[in-house]
Design a binder for this molecule. Structure first.
Ligand SMILES: [Zn+2]
Ligand SMILES: [Zn+2]
Length: 64
């Protein structure tokens, strides 16, 4: 399960990996204080999390 993000506008795609562990990140969502959900990528090894990459001014969507 490798998170591949693609931009709906320009078609650019990104494979998200953890630079520290050299592991593919898995897609996850985080619920923040106001109840809305944020799409994130999580490293299964170090449990590090990053926000989904952005392109063309909006979040890139994830397809597994
Ligand atoms: Zn784009
Ligand atoms: Zn990691």
């Amino acid at each position: 399960m490798i998170a591949t993000y693609s931009c709906a506008k320009c078609g650019m795609s990104v494979h998200a990996t953890c630079a520290k562990c050299d592991q593919p990140l898995v897609n996850d969502t985080l619920t923040i204080d106001d109840g809305s959900k944020v799409q994130i990528s999580r490293c299964p090894v170090c449990e590090g999390k990053i926000k989904s990459p952005m392109c063309c001014g909006s979040d890139m969507s994830c397809s597994l």
